[in-house]
Design a protein around this ligand. Structure first.
Ligand SMILES: Nc1ncnc2c1ncn2[C@@H]1O[C@H](COP(=O)(O)OP(=O)(O)OP(=O)(O)O)[C@@H](O)[C@H]1O
Ligand SMILES: Nc1ccn([C@@H]2O[C@H](COP(=O)(O)O)[C@@H](O)[C@H]2O)c(=O)n1
Length: 226
């Protein structure tokens, strides 16, 4: 039997990580883990419990409290906190604005990285894991590492379409840039491209083209390590 294939997909906000990762996992018959959803879930819990997310000590103190369960089905990715399905609420503007502060706290990251490695270790056929530090920190021995990029203008336009114009294009772009700066600038496992990751600029590609390219890269890497 083939070894499980581990695919790490990282990149800044709105580059297409989730859309690409789900489609690649479905095509290759792999599990899927959205690590951003896990950081959003713990942030949702902090906000729901009145924790000051700008106080790293307060966040660190309760980092171990919520029980977070992540689904790994690429066709129906779900996430719950203490038994509550938070798949939709973790996408709120309030959570998006607070998540970088929570995810910068080392105690939060230590806990998440442990569950992420456990998910990868138990995925029978293999898994696609998407995030910011998967190739550099969580799964440095992944079979294939992809780093997705796209211009800030393209990313903001895509996000704006998704939000159906509820927020202005300029405000959307500013928020993306601010979140990327916070995620890249933190001390503990910042957003970064692993030295051995392959960069794919998605600015001029359709989602299908990105998926085909990533599937081809994974198959190539799989053939060399078989
Ligand atoms: N190649 C593409 N062409 C056009 N639209 C795309 C492409 N890839 C993704 N999108 C769209 O861009 C938006 C952002 O994509 P997605 O949520 O997959 O990005 P992400 O990197 O996971 O974002 P985040 O880090 O903020 O969670 C979605 O509306 C998605 O449908
Ligand atoms: N490996 C990761 C993944 C995510 N984060 C943090 O979570 C935020 C939300 O991620 P999305 O992919 O859902 O947008 C992101 O801005 C990071 O702060 C992380 O730190 N590490």
């Amino acid at each position: 039997m083939d070894n499980p294939v581990i695919v790490a997909i990282d990149g800044p906000s709105g580059t297409g990580k989730s859309s690409t990762s789900k489609a690649v996992a479905a095509k290759l018959g792999l599990s899927y883990l959205d690590t951003g959803a896990q950081y959003r879930a713990i942030t949702w819990w902090m906000l729901a419990n009145g924790i000051d997310v700008d106080d790293p000590a307060a966040v660190a103190d309760c980092a171990g409290k919520p029980s977070i369960v992540s689904g790994t089905d690429p066709l129906d990715p779900q996430i719950s906190v203490d038994g509550v399905d938070v798949t939709t609420p973790i996408r709120s503007q309030q959570v998006t604005a607070a998540v970088s502060a929570v995810s910068a706290v080392p105690q939060v990251r230590a806990r998440m990285v442990e569950t992420q490695r456990a998910a990868a270790a138990t995925a029978a056929a293999g898994i696609v894991v998407e995030g910011r530090d998967i190739g550099t920190t969580v799964l440095p021995d992944a079979t294939a590492k992809i780093f997705l990029t796209a211009s800030a203008e393209v990313r903001a336009a895509r996000r704006s379409t998704e939000l159906k114009g509820a927020v202005s294009l300029a405000a959307t772009q500013e928020a993306l840039i601010r979140r990327d700066a916070a995620d890249s600038g933190r001390k503990t496992s910042p957003l970064a491209k692993a030295d051995d990751a392959i960069e794919v600029d998605t600015s001029e590609l359709t989602l299908d083209q990105v998926v085909d390219r990533v599937v081809a890269l994974v198959e190539e890497r799989r053939a060399t390590v078989r």
